[in-house]
Design a protein around this ligand. Structure first.
Ligand code: ADP
Ligand code: AMP
Length: 218
């Protein structure tokens, strides 16, 4: 199964994509995670992306399109994938169409469903300002909504939990504005093709997971 997750920052795309990877073997392709890793590694890609990310702006289309194209061609995507945080602009969505068209016929990649995560803005700000991520394995927590067993320590690998640079309130507001301007138009882009499913993504993580699976037919 090939899925796109659309939705504002903090709507739970990464949390749900990780569950689909763990439980259903779908490859999670998170452009945000890939870019953050590049920043941490100090690669040329990371150096180019960092300034945009720190202020809550989007990284240029050509940069992320190249990342996704390479990932989609990898063997780990053969069983299916979840695009988490891509596309985010109409230009990226059109480039994705072209990438799909170019795949050789036997493995021709077709997007099955586009899931639009829906969460109101107040809840998004609460989720993002309390989000903590494991610096080692990227597991996701929230200070109050899904805390680790031991404060500041990852349940899964014992790594230290960190707050993302862009999860400060002023940057959160900018990211939500960027979503409204650049990414929300994609709801119409995919809605017009009959591929869009709107998912109310509130309530416990496991309830959202169950609703998501029912919606996409997994
Ligand atoms: P996104 O990838 O869309 O930016 P995340 O998956 O990183 O969103 O989730 C943002 C924050 O909200 C994280 O701290 C996560 O633990 C928390 N979260 C995710 N899903 C839920 C949920 N259903 N209810 C409450 N908090 C959630
Ligand atoms: P995310 O982890 O999805 O919240 O993304 C964090 C940041 O990475 C964003 O605010 C952007 O700066 C950058 N980014 C991630 N995905 C994309 C994308 N598809 N297009 C442009 N920038 C992106």
């Amino acid at each position: 199964m090939r899925l796109i997750f659309l939705g504002p920052p903090g709507s739970g795309k990464g949390t749900q994509a990780a569950l689909l990877e763990q439980r259903h073997g779908l490859c999670q392709i998170s452009t945000g995670d890939i870019l953050r890793q590049a920043v941490a590694d100090g690669t040329p890609l990371g150096r180019e992306a960092k300034a945009c990310m720190d202020k809550g702006a989007l990284v240029p289309d050509r940069v992320v399109i190249g990342i996704v194209e390479e990932k989609l061609k990898g063997r780990e995507c053969e069983k299916g994938f979840v695009l988490d945080g891509f596309p985010r602009t109409t230009g990226q969505a059109e480039a994705l169409d072209a990438i799909m068209r170019d795949f050789p016929a036997p493995q021709a990649h077709r997007i099955d469903r586009v899931v639009a995560f829906q969460v109101d803005e107040g809840a998004l700000v609460t989720r993002l300002s309390g989000r903590r991520t494991c610096g080692e394995c990227q597991a996701m927590y929230h200070l109050t909504l899904s805390p680790p067993r031991v404060e500041g320590v990852c349940d899964r690998c014992g790594g230290r939990l960190v707050q993302r640079n862009d999860d400060r309130e002023e940057v959160i507001r900018e990211r939500l504005a960027v979503y409204e301007e650049s990414t929300r138009p994609l709801l119409e882009f995919y809605g017009g093709r009959g591929q869009l499913i709107r998912l109310p993504a509130v309530g416990p993580v496991e309830d959202v997971h169950a609703a998501l699976k029912a919606a996409v037919g997994l």
